[in-house]
Design a protein around this ligand. Sequence first.
Ligand code: ADE
Length: 351
Amino acid sequence: MATHRLISAAATPEEEPINWSLRPTRIGEYIGQSDLLQRLSIAISAVQARKEPLEHVLLHGPPGLGKTTLAHVIAQEMGTKVYTTSGPALTRGTDLVAALTRLGPGDILFIDEIHRLPIAVEEFIYPAMEDFRIDVPVDSGLHAKTVQIQLKPFTLIGATTRAGLISAPLRSRFGIAHHLDFYSTDQLLAILTRSAAMLRVPVSDREALRTIAARARGTPRIANRLLRRVRDFTQVKGDGAINPVTVTAALKLEGIDPLGLDDLDRGYIRTLATVYRGGPSGVEAIAASMNEDAQTLEDVVEPYLLMIGFLARTRRGRMLTRAATDHLDLPPPADASLGGDAAPEGLFPPA
Ligand code: ADE
């Protein structure tokens, strides 16, 4: 299962405390996402001068890139509190009454996986977002009525890996929306350098950290996880200080190749290359051949393969590029339009 992958971007419950200790708490400590941080710090300074709450913020992008961290960074900068919940945890609108009524002026309500908010909850929060007011039903049947409760002006921060699943009315109620991008190797190197110092891990060679950064799939959470695995390996098999030899050996043992691909990624590429001759193929068909879940492939395997140019999503389906088959020494894709530069979505006439 994808959740057990060393390079899964999803956080495991055991690593949550250590992730927290490594997270930046202020904008000044945050590495990467500079456009977003610039926009946020301007917005924060402006509303603080006007003594207003920050507009509602929607953060979207692949898992592990820092959406939750950013919500806490924003609260810290605003000098306010943050309350956290998630789409799947809320089933009825009234589930939010307690959370919303205890928010102080300028406090933040963070809703993770906001694309999984049931429609009833979504409709319940519209007036909260717009007018800082909720309509709470009391009694039912013949005596049904609602009471209106006025809330303190607060900021909703919604996070999602699937912006496309957010309804237009909900999306339109966010004043600020921003996509988080994968981090560059240099940015991940800076994050790892900071983490190694915080964890007091001796590093004999900066190139060793660069090797970890290059295999972390553009994702800080993965980079920090690989660092901890390399630290264990070095402590047991090496001389205690992380160096390029222990990094390479540790990551090889974990099945992570120089591009950061693991068994699941390689399985995906191999299936698409051999069963479907490089595509085009639908993700459901690939998932069925691999005995995997299509959603998992879409959320955790494909974004990174798309980013490194190994995969193209076209109207006709998923297509491997020549770079992908070359990487694994597989036969090149059969489709003539694939030469490592498959046409992007939209260029193909409908099938
Ligand atoms: N740790 C995890 N993500 C980070 C980031 N973006 N900046 C600094 N440290 C981090």
